[in-house]
Design a protein around this ligand. Structure first.
Ligand SMILES: *Cc1c(COP(=O)(O)O)cnc(C)c1O
Length: 483
């Protein structure tokens, strides 16, 4: 096929300058300047990742100031060349949170997976749009297939599938909107959602977006292990029925945010089935354990849910964002969100991405998930899960030894703790000073307020964290209790 001559009407001003980096890559020839630029950016990133342990998990405030100095935000009239652009990038990198540090244990933000990084770069270059099939033919197909694969691995029924979303907050919102539609309650102002007291704050946001009052989220107490009390749920459901209040859904949490507790999913599923109520499992933290046979019992019953949120961006290290909403009946998504997309060619492959979710234009985030899973393999996933559980057990053992801490864990890879004998005020002060001391040694924990007291919390999903780091952590915590 003959390739058209580049039109003289299309100027390429940046290509005329000394640096020769074209603003838009040439469509008819390999551009060595572009390739070199991407290589240099990759080199810089690999340096940053490879020197993570030499810095702190949290950058110094001076680095933050440099990254966002007003002078850096002014646009140069003629635009910048590659060297200046790379320097701009470096300033922001210097002020960035450092998840590849072995002591980065504060949150559910692990080091990035190598294949995921490459896929993210390629995804940006493809610049496809999951809104519609013709704007992302291969990626639309891939997203459907990966959702089906994930649902099958979790043991969901044949015909299950789903959609990718920009984060678990959005997956949870889409689940509740879909459940509400399926229950015929889309326009009902009185309907309620039931979830445990430890459920994620994204449910509160969902209430606001769905036009429901904050009080429409009914809270069920948890037991000593942080798991929803099923008897209390049964009572509350019966009460709603007596009062004639319609229920949109029950939300179970598979992995609560502070302690990683998993609600009794099977019992909740049985109850919901009996009552004809939609069960959504917020598995943003825990659902990945259902992918591997040896860990599946940690989230047993997840396969019985009507919908499941899973966040591969958390433990698996798929680069953000990577969340999916999986449904036993994925066509329910279309019932809730489809608009007909009148300005698009019809989908030929099984539905437009923009017709089965809230988002319109969105990137092919499934690429970095798929490539990351391909790189890990089932063995790699299992090792990640094994390692995370082993580290939580080690830390739990070390901290239990001193007898002065109240430990709050679960069956996953999170552990929160607070001095057992301290007052609320003492616990807050302890959490502040201990976090600072740990940070000075390169160990970053978070400081959640849980059950009315400040705790320190470790998320043990970071594969770079070794037994020595945990021993040091336990020792510093031990010392903090003697002050
Ligand atoms: C992280 C988390 C979410 C929200 O996910 P985002 O990707 O941060 O929006 C929802 N539920 C639970 C239990 C979580 O831990």
């Amino acid at each position: 096929m003959p390739i058209a001559e580049p039109s003289p009407l299309v100027p390429a001003p940046s290509a005329l300058r000394a640096n020769l980096l074209a603003a838009f890559p040439a469509p008819d020839q390999f551009d060595p300047v572009l390739a070199h630029f991407l290589e240099q950016a990759s080199q810089q990133l690999a340096q940053w990742l490879g020197s993570a342990a030499l810095r702190s998990p949290l950058p110094a405030f001076a680095a933050l100031a440099a990254a966002a100095a007003p002078a850096q935000l002014e646009l140069d009239w003629a635009g910048l060349g590659p060297a200046a652009l790379l320097a701009d990038l470096q300033r922001v990198m210097d002020g960035a949170y450092n998840p590849n540090h072995p002591g980065a244990l504060a949150h559910l933000d692990p080091p990035p997976l190598a294949a995921s990084i490459a896929a993210e770069l390629v995804c940006a270059g493809l610049n496809n749009n999951l809104l519609s099939e013709e704007l992302s033919p291969s990626l639309s197909q891939l997203e459907r297939q990966v959702c089906i694969w994930l649902a099958q691995r979790l043991g969901m029924p044949a015909g299950s599938g789903g959609v990718a979303a920009s984060g678990g907050t959005l997956s949870n919102l889409m689940a509740l909107v879909t459940a509400r539609r399926a229950a015929g309650l889309a326009c009902c102002p009185d309907a309620v959602v039931l979830a445990s007291a430890d459920a994620h704050v994204s449910l509160n946001k969902a209430m606001a977006v769905m036009g429901l009052p904050a009080t429409a989220l009914l809270s069920i107490p948890v037991d000593a292990g942080g798991r929803l009390d099923v008897e209390a749920l049964a009572e509350l459901l019966a009460q709603q029925r007596r009062l004639g209040i319609p229920v949109i859904a029950v939300v179970a949490t598979a992995g609560t945010t502070v302690r990683g507790a998993v609600d009794p999913l099977s019992a909740m599923a049985a109850l919901c089935k009996q009552q004809g109520v939609w069960l959504h499992v917020d598995g943003a933290i825990g659902a990945v354990f259902g992918l591997i046979a040896g860990h599946r019992q940690r989230v047993a019953g997840i396969e019985l849910a009507d919908s499941v949120t899973i966040n591969p961006q958390k433990l698996l290290g798929i680069t953000k964002t990577s969340s999916l909403l999986l449904l036993a009946e994925p066509r329910q998504l279309g019932a809730a969100f489809a608009t007909g997309l009148p300005y698009m060619e019809p989908s030929w492959g099984g539905g437009h991405g923009g017709e089965c979710g809230l988002q319109g234009s969105r990137p092919g985030e499934v690429l970095k998930l798929w490539l990351g899973l391909r790189q890990l393999g089932l063995e790699g996933i299992e090792k990640l899960l094994d390692g995370a559980i082993a580290r939580r057990r080690q830390l739990q053992q070390l901290l239990a030894g001193n007898g002065k801490l109240l430990l709050r864990g679960g069956s996953l890879h999170l552990l929160a703790f607070t001095p057992a004998a301290a007052s609320v005020e003492q616990a807050e002060l302890w959490s502040q000073t201990t976090r600072q001391r740990l940070l000075a040694e390169g160990l970053m924990l978070s400081r959640p307020l849980y059950a009315g007291r400040h705790h320190l919390k470790a998320v043990l999903g970071n594969p770079h964290t070794g037994p020595d780091h945990l021993a040091q952590l336990a020792q510093l915590v031990q010392a903090s209790l003697h002050d």
